[in-house]
Design a binder for this molecule. Structure first.
Ligand code: SAM
Length: 204
């Protein structure tokens, strides 16, 4: 991915959500986007590389901040969001990026969007729900064999009373038990507190 003077950027036209511009590129702020944080922390990992042949199923699209940057790098993004207010913004973003397919649906009930989504190379999930691992596993049928899951885990959404480290370990176990192979995992400090990222490969 592109960096200018060490700053992560993407190459599309600006003005999507009020982001800064730098030398003609859109600044991708790691404090606003967990994927940008991951890219800063794990710049050497090929699994975090976004390429123009990539099809992505994005769960928890919100108002399209991170989705808009994905769209600058990848072939297409199926962007799932269930809340009406951010969905309105996401639709606006989709008007400017023709490779975003906005889908208003519950990521925990993938049959709602199964007719509209083709096989993808990556599932990216950022839903901040108690059952984050379960939602990722339910969406695995969309992922090609050898495809990548990037799960942004908000530990306090899973259980606010449990030590974040234990929530993290329990989630790793749940993903492994579903047949995924965990490739990497890290905390998103200093950009996002009590958030971890887990990267897995679908081996079946
Ligand atoms: N990924 C976004 C970004 O970086 O710009 C931020 C996502 S925000 C932390 C989480 C979003 O997930 C919220 O907009 C919420 O409405 C959505 N969400 C939570 N549970 C969901 C579900 N089951 N299905 C679809 N969207 C969900």
């Amino acid at each position: 991915m592109i960096r200018v003077d060490g700053v992560l950027v993407s190459k599309g036209q600006g003005g999507v959500y009020g982001e800064k511009m730098m030398k003609g590129f859109r600044v991708w702020d790691p404090y606003r986007s967990k994927f940008a944080a991951l890219a800063m922390i794990r710049s050497d990992k090929p699994e975090t590389e976004l390429t123009e042949d990539l099809k992505v199923l994005y769960l928890g699209a919100a108002n399209g901040t991170t989705v808009s940057h994905f769209a600058d790098y990848t072939e297409c993004i199926y962007a799932v969001e269930f809340a009406p207010r951010p969905m309105q913004d996401l639709i606006e973003v989709s008007r400017r990026r023709k490779n975003i397919i906005p889908i208003m649906a519950d990521a925990g009930n993938p049959v709602e969007y199964a007719p509209f989504v083709e096989s993808v190379d990556m599932i990216y999930q950022d839903v901040a729900q108690p059952n984050q691992a379960e939602i990722a596993v339910k969406n695995l049928p969309f992922l090609k064999s050898n495809g990548i899951v990037i799960l942004m885990l908000k530990t306090r959404s899973v259980d606010v009373t449990t030590d974040p480290k234990n929530v993290f370990l329990d989630t790793l176990k749940e993903l492994e038990e579903s047949g995924l192979s965990v490739l990497d995992a890290c905390w998103l400090e200093p950009y996002h507190h009590d958030h971890a990222c887990i990267i897995c490969r679908k081996i079946m």
